[in-house]
Design a protein around this ligand. Structure first.
Ligand SMILES: Nc1nc2c(c(=O)[nH]1)N[C@H]1C(S)=C(S)[C@@H](COP(=O)(O)OP(=O)(O)OC[C@H]3O[C@@H](n4cnc5c(N)ncnc54)[C@H](O)[C@@H]3O)O[C@H]1N2
Ligand code: MOO
Ligand SMILES: [Mg+2]
Length: 429
């Protein structure tokens, strides 16, 4: 008699896994390699930006008080006593009715309090000296970029766990991080099980299929921020698979197997977990696809037994493995982000379990439309190619109709969420 498994609610299953998700370590990388990594520390401003009052224009720096009585009828003349470009500092104090020719980015000379744009100053020479004439007054501080107007020393500019985008790279450079503290990536091993599996370069034979799960999962690992490590594909032979899984555990932070988790004669993963002494967190979830997704832990190392069926494998990874990789990388929003959309097609088939339909998102005017990507069986491969969201259809006795409001989990978003697993309400209720 085949073992009867009790399905666990998805939310509970994710919670059980997250109890074993842990933060990883920090490592330093040169700033050129920081893009795309996750920050392992808050970035705190160790200086003001700008660090000195500077000119936002090419022009002339003056003492604004010298310009008070200026008008078209009563122009004011300044003697130009020096010139500085960005990077240079005018060495003296500026006297009344003197001006310093100054370029964008240069430090405002001492005593100066306004900048006249080049275009608004009439330049002339007299007896070998340079002068400018202006026809309006300038206020104290006019055309000056003040010290700390952008950032104060001590401000947190980017938080630990944030994805390092080009803007954060600019910040890191501004604040002198030639070496950047980033989260060390977890090594995530992948083992495919199945006597039917051929390698990608092998010709098809009767009854066999090419191993697509491994390469799909390797890509998912990379996308989530881990280091994928392909450990091979093995026939459904208990001893071989046991030995390979045991060996793999020594080389990785997280281990994924695909296939062999259901109740079939050659589904050996449950027995492998038992022989390893690993404790199984669950082996049946009230979801489709991926109901057979099994997760175990051995000495706090997670072993994900993803289904062999490609769509089930894909979904199992996104719901369970991804948040563990993100947590390892210090991310505090490790789960998929959830938004509302309108269903783009009828989905008439009711299901007792919650379904995660692979879908494609599209904006129509201000509405977000989520349309199933295609062939929807758990064995489907082709529909995954155009999938950028999982449409969540809670289990029940009725199907869903085009235009209904549904929850979707975003696969191409970087923000993520702390916890999307609450109140999935079927819109037909
Ligand atoms: N009597 C029952 N049979 C099944 C049940 C059940 O509850 N009772 N569950 C079904 C569900 S749901 C799923 S999902 C599958 C899960 O099977 P396994 O995870 O044990 O995976 P396998 O049996 O090894 O393979 C299933 C399917 O996937 C193909 N496969 C496997 N590996 C790969 C790979 N690397 N690349 C591409 N395709 C792969 C394999 O050829 C099979 O067709 O069990 C149901 N059965
Ligand atoms: O676990 Mo299966 O993927 O539910 O179809
Ligand atoms: Mg099976």
């Amino acid at each position: 008699m085949v073992e009867k498994r009790t399905p666990l609610a998805i939310e509970e299953a994710v919670r059980k896994v997250m109890n074993f998700a842990k933060n990883g370590l920090k490592e330093m990388v040169p700033i050129e390699l920081a893009y795309g990594r996750m920050l392992a520390e808050d970035i705190v401003a160790d200086q003001d930006v700008p660090a000195f009052d500077r000119s936002p224009y090419d022009g002339f720096a003056i003492r604004s008080e010298d310009s008070i009585h200026t008008s078209t009828e009563n122009p004011t003349i300044f003697e130009v006593v020096g010139e500085i470009g960005a990077g240079s500092v005018y060495p003296k104090e500026v006297e009344p009715f003197q001006a310093v020719r100054i370029m964008t980015g240069a430090q405002i000379p001492e005593k100066c309090s306004a900048v006249i744009m080049l275009e608004l100053a009439k330049e002339f020479q007299n007896e070998g000296k340079n002068y400018i004439e202006i026809k309006r007054s300038y206020k104290d501080g006019e055309n000056i970029s003040f010290r700390a107007e952008e950032t104060h020393k001590g401000m947190v500019l980017a938080k630990k766990g944030m994805y390092i985008n080009p803007g954060i790279v600019a910040l890191l450079a501004t604040f002198g991080y030639s070496q950047v503290p980033v989260a060390k990536k977890p090594i995530v091993g992948v083992i495919a099980t199945g006597s039917e599996l051929l390698e990608v370069n092998e010709a098809l034979e009767p009854g066999k299929i090419r191993n697509s799960n491994s390469y799909m999962v390797l890509a998912q690992i990379q996308k989530a921020g881990g280091i994928p490590k392909y450990l091979g594909k093995f026939s459904d032979d208990f001893e071989t698979c046991y030995t390979e899984v045991k060996k793999a555990l020594e080389q990785v932070d997280i281990l994924i197997t695909t296939g062999g988790v259901s109740v079939g004669d050659y589904d050996y993963l449950p027995a492998i977990y038992q022989k390893l002494g690993a404790s199984v967190l669950f082996n049946k979830i009230a979801m489709r696809p991926g109901s057979v997704t099994t997760v175990a832990q051995l000495n706090h190392k997670l072993l994900f037994g993803l289904s062999g069926n490609p769509s089930a494998c894909y979904v199992g990874f996104e719901l369970f493995v991804r948040p563990c990789i993100k947590t390892y990388l210090f991310n505090e929003t490790p789960h998929l982000k959830r938004v509302r959309a309108r269903l783009g097609e009828n989905f008439p088939k009711p299901n007792p379990f919650t379904r995660f339909i692979r879908g494609k998102l599209l904006y129509e005017e201000e509405n977000l439309i989520a349309t199933p990507s295609g062939f929807d069986k758990s064995s489907a491969v082709s529909s995954l190619a155009s999938t950028d969201a999982l449409i969540v259809l809670p289990g029940g006795t009725r199907g869903y109709e085009k235009g209904m409001t549904v929850d979707v989990l975003l696969l191409e978003d970087r923000e993520g969420s702390q916890w999307p697993w609450y109140d999935f309400v079927p819109s037909y209720r």
